[in-house]
Each structure stands twice: as structure tokens, then as C-alpha cells.
Design a protein around this ligand. Structure first.
Ligand code: SF4
Length: 384
């Protein structure tokens, strides 16, 4: 049986832990985060531990992902306490992937050794660019040199599974400058990389900074070139693309994120975290104070709890399945949801097939790279 990404219907849980603190707020960010305050952080970690004790039901789980925010602002002993609580609440084994998102300016050799000792075995650094002028425009706190140093420190601390994030389509970024960052990333040799396009949301402070600085972003044709050329360089360097924005060395795909893309199940802990389990989806209170107060009072943290309809589950499986290079296995969809994807959507897909933006070999629907660039148009077919 093909066990590649896109073919595995994960049934073992993933655990997501949200850490909503940052040292400063980046001008493009619309994640659920706020400024770091030591007292608030202590109450938050304590609330998290309480939530974990309440939620843990002994089920099998094989990934823990600390996302944020900036999880590396927590002390190693706090990360360890959360991991230990998860190990008591769920059935983890020695092969659990434990990822910590980290910002380069927050790490030291001692802190990294502490995280490693706590059980973290995968680091994901938010680098975004290896050009200092671009990092300044994004109001990031680190420099390119600091990112390279943080990477070397992590290797020295024993991390053999490191992911780096980069963003393309930055203000004032030309194709050649984007490729400089890609080359710098390749020179470091991470095990995994995520290459995202910057989306500037309507009220982002970055919009004002762009107006003041008269900065602009590259035309869409250039973005297509950034995407295709960047991934081309990753191919040549031995990385394998497995999702629209993600590449990895063989065997180093992000196991946790694959649960989101393969119709899997996960529990989200902490403020604003989403969970999907047994056909039900819910979200925790978003505001950090509201979340802590609810845990302290013993009232529910979950909001928006809803049972997913068969159509909603099918739509999610189609959306996420097409993000993967392995494509969407129409046989599995038929088996799981009783829907013949081809019979239902084939006619709408035809224009994309004719333009070479989608392929269908009778068992899988796949987006070639050019198709991934217009994935949003294609996915509109499912909700059209
Ligand atoms: S470090 Fe990340 S989460 Fe924090 S403000 Fe910047 S982009 Fe947002």
C-alpha cells in the first residue's frame, strides 16, 4: 500500500499547543498573539497544564506541536512540564514528533540544550528572509546573521530535524532577491523548509509602512516566477516538495502538519486553538485573559463546537488533499464519503485539465506546480 503523504488517513491524534506571546508584534502579523508579560505567561502555563489534565483521555497521540506566537519565549522547564503533562494525558511513544516554533533572537546554546533535554526533537525557525533590508521592512527582531547563528547553535545542541520558514512577495523584493534567500537557506541545509507567500491583510501596519516608504510588491507574474524558481532550486538541492508550501529531505515531512492535510484528528490546547475529532470541530476562547480566566473558574474554554456535516468533511478532505503533491486519492474519498469526485466535479475540472493545471490518472487528482499557483481557483469548484 502506498503510504506516502496524501494516502494516509491518520487516526492517531496530534496535539497542538498554542503559546500566544511575542517580544514585539511584527507589522504583517494577524496570528493570535500578544506582547510577552512574565506574570501572564506564568498564569497561562498553569492554565495550559490544567486544560491538558482535563482533556487527556489516554488516546494514542504521536505529535506535539508548540505554535504561536513565539513558543521559544517559554523557559525549557515550562516546555518540559507541558510535554510531561501531555505524556500523562495521552498515550505517546518514544517516536513522538515534538516541534517547537522558535524565533532566532530568542535562543542561546543553553536554552536550546534545555529544550532538547525537555524532549523537543524538531525546531521550526521563523526566518522569513536572509536579507537584512527585508527583515527590517517586516519589523522582525533578528538579522540574517542571527538566523544562521541560531541554526548552527541548534545543530550543535543536537537537533537533527530543523525546519526554516521563508516568505516571498515581500515589499521591494525582486525575484533575484528572493532567490538569494532561498540559496542562503539551502547553504545552511535544513531538513525541512516552508516557503510562503506574504499576504498583507487589510489593516496590517505594514500597509502604512509601505505607503510611507513608497514600497511596492512585485507583479503577479514575478510571484509565479519566485514560486517556481524557488522550488526548482529546492529540487536541485535534494528536497522533495510534498505540499503547496512545504519541502523536506526524504523522511522529514512535518508529521504533525500532515494530520491537517490528510483528514486527521488533533486536539488544540491554549487560547484560540482549534480541535477536530470524531467529526466535531471546536475552538478555544481566543483572548489570552479570557482563556486563563475560564480555566481558573472551571468554565468551558471551547467555543463554536459543531458537528461537521458530511458535506463539510468531504469539502475539507478535498481542499486539503489537493494541497499535497501526492494528490487526492479518489478511491479513498469514495470509500470514506461515498462520493465519486470525478462524477460530481469532473465537468468543472475539465478546463483546468485542458490547461495542464490539473492531472487525473483514474485514481488520483493532482496539481502540478503551475496548478498549485492557482489552487485557490480550483478549490472554488468544491464550494461553487
Ligand atoms: S513573531 Fe510571529 S507570531 Fe509573533 S508577531 Fe511576529 S509574525 Fe506574529
Amino acid at each position: 500500500m502506498d503510504r506516502g503523504p496524501g494516502r494516509v488517513l491518520a487516526s492517531v491524534l496530534g496535539i497542538y499547543v498554542h503559546i500566544p506571546f511575542c517580544s514585539a508584534i511584527c507589522n504583517y502579523c494577524n496570528f493570535n498573539r500578544g506582547l510577552f508579560e512574565p506574570g501572564l505567561k506564568e498564569r497561562y502555563v498553569s492554565a495550559l497544564l490544567t486544560e491538558i489534565r482535563q482533556e487527556g483521555d489516554g488516546s494514542r497521540a504521536d505529535t506535539i506541536f508548540f505554535g504561536g506566537g513565539t513558543p521559544s519565549l517559554l523557559e525549557p522547564f515550562e516546555i518540559e512540564a507541558v510535554i510531561d503533562a501531555c505524556a500523562e494525558g495521552w498515550d505517546l511513544n518514544g517516536d513522538t514528533e515534538i516541534t517547537l516554533e522558535a524565533n532566532p533572537e530568542t535562543v542561546t546554546p543553553e536554552r536550546l540544550a534545555g529544550f532538547r533535554g525537555a524532549g523537543v526533537n524538531r525546531l521550526s525557525y521563523g526566518v522569513q528572509s536572509f536579507r537584512d533590508d527585508e527583515l527590517v521592512r517586516l519589523s522582525r527582531l533578528h538579522s540574517s546573521a542571527k538566523a544562521a547563528e541560531a541554526f548552527a547553535m541548534a545543530r550543535a545542541a543536537g537537533f537533527d530535524n530543523i525546519s526554516l520558514d521563508l516568505m516571498m512577495w515581500l515589499p521591494q523584493q525582486a525575484v533575484s532577491q528572493w532567490l538569494e534567500s532561498v540559496d542562503a537557506l539551502i547553504a545552511l541545509g535544513p531538513d525541512h523548509a516552508s516557503l510562503y507567500m506574504l499576504e498583507i491583510y487589510p489593516n496590517a501596519p505594514l500597509r502604512d509602512a509601505m505607503a510611507r516608504g513608497r514600497w511596492s510588491v512585485a507583479p503577479e507574474d514575478d510571484v509565479a516566477e519566485m514560486y517556481l524558481a524557488g522550488l526548482g532550486r529546492m529540487d536541485s538541492a535534494g528536497y522533495e516538495q510534498y505540499e503547496i508550501s512545504n519541502v523536506a529531505r526524504p523522511g522529514r515531512q512535518a508529521r504533525h502538519n500532515l494530520k491537517y492535510w490528510t483528514d486527521g484528528e488533533w486536539i488544540g490546547l491554549g487560547c484560540g486553538a482549534h480541535s477536530t475529532r470524531s467529526g466535531t470541530r471546536w475552538k478555544n476562547l481566543s483572548d489570552t485573559e479570557d482563556y486563563i480566566s475560564a480555566v481558573e473558574r472551571g468554565t468551558p474554554t471551547a467555543t463554536d463546537r459543531r458537528v461537521l456535516s458530511a458535506d463539510q468533511r468531504l469539502e475539507d478532505a478535498l481542499f486539503t488533499g489537493l494541497r499535497l503533491n501526492a494528490g487526492l486519492d479518489v478511491g479513498i474519498v469514495r470509500q470514506r464519503y461515498g462520493v465519486d469526485v470525478w462524477a460530481r466535479y469532473g465537468e468543472q475540472f475539465q478546463p483546468f485539465l485542458d490547461r495542464g493545471l490539473l492531472s487525473y490518472d483514474g485514481s488520483s487528482l493532482r496539481l502540478p506546480r503551475e496548478g498549485m499557483l492557482v489552487a485557490h481557483e480550483m478549490m472554488a469548484v468544491f464550494i461553487g
